[in-house]
Design a binder for this molecule. Structure first.
Ligand code: PLP
Length: 380
């Protein structure tokens, strides 16, 4: 017998629901209220990189909850400083200042404001199919989901990804920043090319614009490097982070180079960098380093590609992937296949109408990944 979940009655319905009531998670598995077990290849939309309810994070949160839960930015705080140091040490060289917030879209909002404040310009160049969040500033830089909300920020130019000529033409005297994902997530798991990213870096420097790289989805070992920028030795002026940063606890961050000029009062956040989230993020980052999750994502990603490509189903047009950020482009709509996977107790995501996206926890067992491959081959 299934009872209607309470949320169905009270929540503002803004999400396309999948009809399961998730009540518990551990590692790469989640359970619904009826006791059914699912392999979570969504990882809560690219959040649970270190697995659900990671014990190291749970312990850090419990300990910090009893020590200090909130601390405004007008004070220094030990947990916050410790996390900032870790992020700066792991980030591409030159990103040596950190602003902490609470989500991906907030990190993009902060980056847009900081780009304006630093350059005195207001234009933004961003990629078609790019996704940067749903608040009005970040939405202005996002390709989809904007129809009901125009007019958004003026002065945004959308350019096709991996077209250097169009990028060159778009960056002008009013451009404050170019914002790009290294691999577009929501937009269909579409990787940027090395030459394109290098051109973006060069053109921004030449024309006095800042380069913002949105690693909200690609960060924290997802693509086989700690940050996806490392694949290309890319040095942005700002890097936006969130999703996997704190093992499931809400947090976002912007890492900034010296080209970012911030004055007191230019930005702020009540909850940003609160000690609870910082303790969680510190524990999550330590776990990623100790368990070498970047190497693990690279290895398992290559393993998946080899197994899946060895018998590519008829319905598959293309496999696009970097580490454990996996996009399977189909010749038809993805929704029925996502439903079929769910019936086999595998949770996957769409990324546009015809792409199945897999973002499994990076701790997923190889045998579980085998099950994903064999189920995909059966279902597709
Ligand atoms: C998810 C995502 C965001 C928005 O993050 P929220 O925490 O949902 O606001 C921004 N950029 C990218 C690349 C994302 O994948």
């Amino acid at each position: 017998m299934t009872t209607e979940p309470l949320e169905a009655r009270y929540a503002l319905e803004v999400y396309p629901r999948r009809g399961i009531n998730v009540v518990r998670g551990e590692g790469a598995l989640v359970w619904d209220s009826a006791g059914n077990e699912y392999l979570d290849c969504a990882a809560g939309v690219g959040v649970a990189n270190i697995g659900h309810s990671n014990p190291a994070v749970a312990d850090a949160v419990a300990k910090q909850a009893k020590t200090l839960l909130t601390c405004p930015g007008i004070f220094h705080n030990d947990r916050r400083g410790e996390l900032m140091q870790k992020l700066v040490n792991l980030a591409p060289q030159g990103l040596n200042r950190v602003f902490l917030c609470n989500s991906g879209t907030e990190s993009v909002e902060a980056a847009i404001k900081l780009a304006r404040a630093s350059t005195g310009r207001s234009g933004l160049v961003t990629a078609m199919r790019g996704f940067h969040g749903r608040t009005l500033g970040a939405l202005s830089a996002t390709f989809k989901y904007r129809d009901a909300f125009e007019p958004l920020l003026p002065g945004n130019t959308f350019v096709p990804l991996n077209n250097i000529e169009k990028l060159d033409a778009a960056i002008g005297e009013s451009t404050s920043a170019v914002i790009l994902e290294v691999v577009q997530g929501e937009g269909g798991v579409r990787p940027a090319e090395a030459e394109y990213l290098a051109a973006a870096r060069r053109l921004c420097t030449e024309r006095g614009a800042l380069l913002i790289i949105d690693e909200v989805q690609t960060g924290f070992c997802r693509t086989g490097r700690f940050f996806a920028c490392e694949h290309f030795a890319l040095h942005p002026d700002m890097m936006c982070l969130a999703k996997g940063i704190a093992g499931g606890v809400p947090m976002g961050a912007v890492l900034c180079a010296d080209s970012v000029i911030a004055r007191i009062g230019v930005h702020g956040s009540t909850f940003g960098g609160n000690p609870l989230a910082c303790a969680a993020a510190s524990a999550a980052v330590d776990f990623m380093c100790q368990e070498k999750l970047a190497e693990r994502a690279a290895g398992l990603g290559a393993y998946f590609a080899e197994r899946f490509s060895s018998a590519l189903p008829e319905s598959v047009r293309e496999l696009r992937q970097l580490g454990l950020m996996i996009g399977i482009e189909l010749r038809q709509k993805a929704t029925p296949f996502l439903q079929a996977l769910l019936e086999h107790r595998i949770i996957a995501l769409p990324a546009g109408p015809t792409v199945i996206r897999l973002l499994p926890p990076l701790t997923i067992a190889q045998s579980d990944l085998d099950r994903v491959v064999s189920t995909l081959q059966k279902v597709l």
